[in-house]
Design a protein around this ligand. Structure first.
Ligand SMILES: [Zn+2]
Length: 284
């Protein structure tokens, strides 16, 4: 399972014009941290408007509709529009804390709201004429009332490569990032290249290897980096001698199937792909 697998629930992301009600959930962020609520049982969840304290009428008018989970509409209140005094059970937390949310959909909803929030915050002013931008009432976009510039949410494609050589998988660890677990080669697609070209380039840049026989595995939305990740398996083509890019990676090693530790699946496509190889579901 990956972050988007929230069955039996479903995320509906089509644009709608909706008015917030007191019981609707509201996302609001401060410096990238999400306002969360500690429930009586100690679990972390999302607050409803009525749990924010303060003036519902004011905040509900400023909030923008984000998406729905099943039939429940959820809203986003930008940092500049929320200056409430927080009730005791509310606090700002890193988005990663939602990995421990009680419901799987809460993780997807929080991270997706974070993606949207970053984009809105970066488009408060028009990049063409500098005027203040406004929420579109026709689609999910920001529009400039002065010059007509329309901006849509930004989704940056990423490719991820599980490079295999018969019984071995190439695994990596990132340099200078908090995540210390096993990773795979990954990078943003650049202007003017296909997913396959991006993947070959990233593998060459990060570990100096050639690959062949690319096979698409799956994709996942990854709001942490404003991206959607396409995962591919690829076979080593030629020498397996690794030439490490130390700016990007602290380590890259070949592990045989029985050397690979079991991964915590449930959120990331990385763990899903490593597990698919480790358990033999994907062969070289
Ligand atoms: Zn403008």
């Amino acid at each position: 399972m990956m972050i988007q697998d929230i069955m039996p629930h479903k995320l509906h992301n089509a644009f709608q014009r909706k008015e917030a009600r007191r019981e609707n959930l509201c996302f609001t962020f401060k410096k990238g941290k999400l306002l969360t609520r500690k429930r009586e049982n100690g679990s972390i969840g999302l607050p409803a408007f009525e749990q924010l304290g303060g003036d519902f009428e004011v905040w509900s008018k400023k909030a923008v509709y984000a998406f729905s989970i099943d039939d429940e509409p959820m809203f986003l209140l930008l940092e500049k529009d929320f200056d409430g005094k927080l009730p005791e059970d509310l606090s700002y937390r890193e988005l990663h804390s939602l990995y421990q949310a009680e419901q799987r959909w809460e993780t997807l909803a929080g991270v997706t709201a974070g993606h949207l929030n970053r984009w809105y915050e970066e488009h408060l002013y028009c990049g063409c004429c500098g005027s203040g931008m406004e929420f579109s009432d026709k689609e999910r976009a920001m529009v400039c009332p002065a010059c007509g510039n329309v901006q849509y949410p930004r989704i940056s494609p990423v490719v991820m490569a599980a490079v295999t050589d018969e019984d071995r998988l190439l695994v990596t660890r990132y340099a200078g990032r908090p995540y210390k677990g096993l990773a795979l080669i990954a990078g943003f697609v650049e202007i003017g290249e296909s997913l396959e070209e991006a993947l070959r380039r990233e593998v060459m840049e990060e570990v100096g290897l050639q690959v062949k026989e690319l096979r698409y595995f799956a994709s996942q939305p990854w709001g942490f980096s404003d991206s959607v990740i396409s995962g591919f398996f690829a076979k080593l083509d030629g020498s397996g001698d690794i030439r490490l890019d130390r700016d990007e990676l602290s380590e890259a090693v070949w592990l045989s199937r029985d050397e690979i530790p079991a991964q915590n699946t449930g959120v990331s496509i990385t763990a899903e792909m490593i597990e698919a190889f480790r358990t033999g579901r994907i062969k070289d």
